[in-house]
Design a protein around this ligand. Structure first.
Ligand SMILES: NC(=O)c1ccc[n+]([C@@H]2O[C@H](COP(=O)([O-])OP(=O)(O)OC[C@H]3O[C@@H](n4cnc5c(N)ncnc54)[C@H](OP(=O)(O)O)[C@@H]3O)[C@@H](O)[C@H]2O)c1
Length: 250
């Protein structure tokens, strides 16, 4: 029987942290690049190593109804198996509770949390993916364990993602390891509006003992967590935020 080609699925691969993770992992792995924007996914592919393969999967993760079926068709049509999963897609709209709409709540929870559960469900399925999943890393946020004004539903989605991670770590062991990474502030499209004003940048920067982060700081830990070096690590949150959340300097 033919050995199927092994892949990492990365959501949010069209931009920011997810793009950097894709480019970094492409030196070692074949990658499925997921996002909604085809031009940006092609741009990620062009930055990836040519020594391995990249396949683009354009899919809006908010389209919950079609998600499981379309992912399983994609796996079958490409005759691949997905051994690793990095959930990096994220939606963040910061508004005070009084301005929070049902639409924002649903979009945030679907993109950040529910899609991760549905994707993992497909990846552990014998018929759909030969139950090939070995390890998953979910990109959460350092807000997950803390609170901040206007972060309401975004914070809840990331806390939910970490809860899902811990429960699945027990449910899917010993076959699958699953951990989450909780970044602090990294300059990307998502945080562009926050970083636009130099005064705000200075104020935020002052709260980070090691300064602001780079997308590559997140790639480094994701690569480690997916690797055999992390063989005894599951169900854990890894905060990577330059010391932001341990800093109580007045
Ligand atoms: N940057 C930070 O400071 C920071 C801090 C903590 C946590 N995080 C987390 O890190 C992750 C990456 O964020 P980033 O800063 O790299 O943001 P980004 O540059 O804005 O990237 C967000 C990614 O999510 C994808 N995405 C959003 N909605 C989607 C949907 N409905 N369906 C499919 N894909 C969707 C986007 O794809 P398209 O562009 O193709 O639509 C894009 O690739 C997120 O989970 C975020 O919450 C970021």
């Amino acid at each position: 029987m033919d050995q199927k080609k092994k892949f990492v699925l990365i959501t949010g691969a069209s931009s920011g942290i997810g793009r950097q993770i894709a480019v970094g992992l492409s030196a070692t792995f074949n990658i499925v690049l997921n996002g909604r924007n085809i031009e940006k996914l092609i741009a990620t592919k062009e930055k990836c190593s040519t020594s391995n393969e990249q396949i683009i999967l354009v899919k809006d993760l908010n389209d919950m109804a079609g998600l499981e079926e379309q992912l399983s068709i994609f796996i079958r049509e490409n005759d691949i198996e997905i051994n690793y999963f990095v959930h990096c897609a994220g939606y963040m709209k910061l508004v005070p509770l009084k301005m929070l709409t049902t639409e924002t709540i649903i979009t945030t929870l679907t993109t950040n949390l529910i899609s991760a559960a549905l994707i993992i469900k497909v990846l552990i399925n014998h018929k759909l993916n030969d139950a090939a999943l070995i390890s998953a890393v979910l990109i959460s946020s350092n807000i997950s364990n803390f609170g901040a004004k206007a972060f309401n539903i975004y914070g809840a989605s990331k806390a939910g993602l970490d809860g899902l991670m811990r429960c699945l770590a027990t449910e899917l062991a010993p076959k699958v390891r699953i951990n989450s990474v909780l970044p602090g502030a990294v300059k990307t499209e998502m945080t562009e509006s926050i970083f636009r004003d130099q005064e705000t940048v200075k104020r935020i920067e002052a709260t980070y003992p090691l300064g602001l982060g780079r997308a590559n700081d997140i790639f480094e830990i994701v690569e480690f967590l997916l690797s055999e070096k992390a063989r005894w690590i599951t169900g854990q949150q890894f905060t990577v935020d330059g010391g932001r959340t341990i800093n109580i300097t007045g």
